[in-house]
Design a protein around this ligand. Structure first.
Ligand SMILES: Cc1cc2nc3c(=O)[nH]c(=O)nc-3n(C[C@H](O)[C@H](O)[C@H](O)COP(=O)(O)OP(=O)(O)OC[C@H]3O[C@@H](n4cnc5c(N)ncnc54)[C@H](O)[C@@H]3O)c2cc1C
Length: 318
């Protein structure tokens, strides 16, 4: 159940492992929360840390493979910087808790004014306007299907993988799962000679609960950074968009006056911990449900790692 990045990735893994796989989803890939994501690999608003680091690492490796071997997937591994606040000369920060998930990261030697420290690293970016469709195609190549269907409840027979994102709250009665609203603005990509090749993506961690980011994709640049806990509204707010554009122009002069190409807002499926577990059907009939939801601000980042665990759980149910 579910055709966001989590459901599609699980379905690809299952179908490629030889399982008969049918995705049923109320919203098809371009209509999902996953399509709103800036889709920068970064473990944000997702727990527990140990599992998130392991899942993220698996996904980092797979995205790196796609970037070099499947240009049509819309994935690139891109250099950039994470900027950390503080007064000049303040002590160096600890390494990020997810550091083991990336092959390398180095301190920024001379952070720009207003920032004390930073990390320079290469991160995968999936252009969701390309990548989700490519995933659906890869699923079809492996014999899987995607069908639009709204299921009022979880099926109670067979093997079910529940990748319904925030909708799992109503389907399972899980009140730990809640929305964290995020808004983004898309602008046209500046001319190649105006792009700083060493700092293609930028993450401003002045407020770690609400990082501000500039994420370049193939044809546009995603500017984002709002996070509103418990807010269910998916309409983009014009004042928020104006503030995002102003901040982006201050950080990246090439983006000042860049034509705006789109506005989106979406609801991150946040939970105290990602729920990835297998449960039996209520009447004990064969099969069961593997729940895989609550990926917060990191559904893309965790996708391939979680899909690997889902495959193992499905195989242990059969
Ligand atoms: C502004 C913003 C920026 C983000 N940036 C990033 C980022 O840079 N990197 C990153 O890793 N993550 C990012 N995220 C988070 C990421 O988008 C989510 O973690 C991810 O989309 C969750 O994917 P999902 O497949 O679980 O859910 P969804 O994409 O919401 O998909 C759920 C699917 O389940 C289906 N469904 C639900 N209920 C039913 C039902 N009853 N019957 C049938 N089908 C059903 C839906 O129709 C849909 O197909 C961002 C999110 C937002 C909002």
């Amino acid at each position: 159940m579910g055709a966001g990045v989590v459901g599609l990735t699980c379905a690809v893994r299952l179908a490629e492992a030889g399982h008969d796989t049918a995705v049923l989803a109320r919203d098809l890939p371009p209509e999902t929360t996953s399509a709103v994501a800036a889709a920068l690999w970064y473990p944000y608003r997702a727990a527990p840390r140990e599992a998130v680091t392991r899942w993220s690492r698996t996904a980092y490796d797979e995205f790196s493979r796609l970037a070099t071997q499947c240009p049509e997937a819309g994935v690139r591994v891109v250099p950039g910087v994470e900027l950390l606040p503080g007064a000049a000369g303040s002590p160096a920060p600890p390494l990020p808790w997810w550091q083991a998930a990336v092959p390398a990261l180095t301190p920024v030697r001379d952070p720009r004014p207003g920032f004390a420290h930073g990390w320079r690293l290469d991160l995968p970016i999936a252009d969701t306007s390309v990548y989700l469709g490519w995933l659906a195609g890869r699923l079809a190549d492996a014999g899987g299907t995607v069908t639009r269907a709204w299921l009022p409840e979880l099926p109670t027979t067979g093997v079910v993988v529940n990748c319904t994102g925030l909708a799992a709250r109503a389907l399972t009665g899980d009140v730990d799962l809640h929305p964290v609203r995020g808004q983004v603005v898309m602008v046209a990509r500046p001319a190649a000679d105006q792009v700083d090749r060493d700092d293609e993506w930028l993450l401003d961690q002045s407020d770690p609960q609400r990082p501000f980011y500039v994420v370049p994709r193939q044809h546009d640049v995603v500017i984002g950074g709002t996070a509103e806990d418990g807010v269910w509204d998916t309409h983009p707010d014009p004042a928020t968009a104006a503030a995002l554009l102003e901040r982006a122009g201050a950080l990246v002069p090439a983006l000042r006056d860049a034509p705006v190409t789109g506005h989106r807002a979406g609801l991150r499926p946040a939970r105290s911990e990602v729920r990835l577990e297998s449960v039996a059907h209520p009447d004990g009939s064969p099969g069961g449900v593997v729940h895989c939801y609550g990926h917060g601000g990191a559904g893309v980042t965790l996708s391939w790692g979680c899909a690997q665990d889902v495959l193992e759980m499905v195989e242990s149910l059969r």
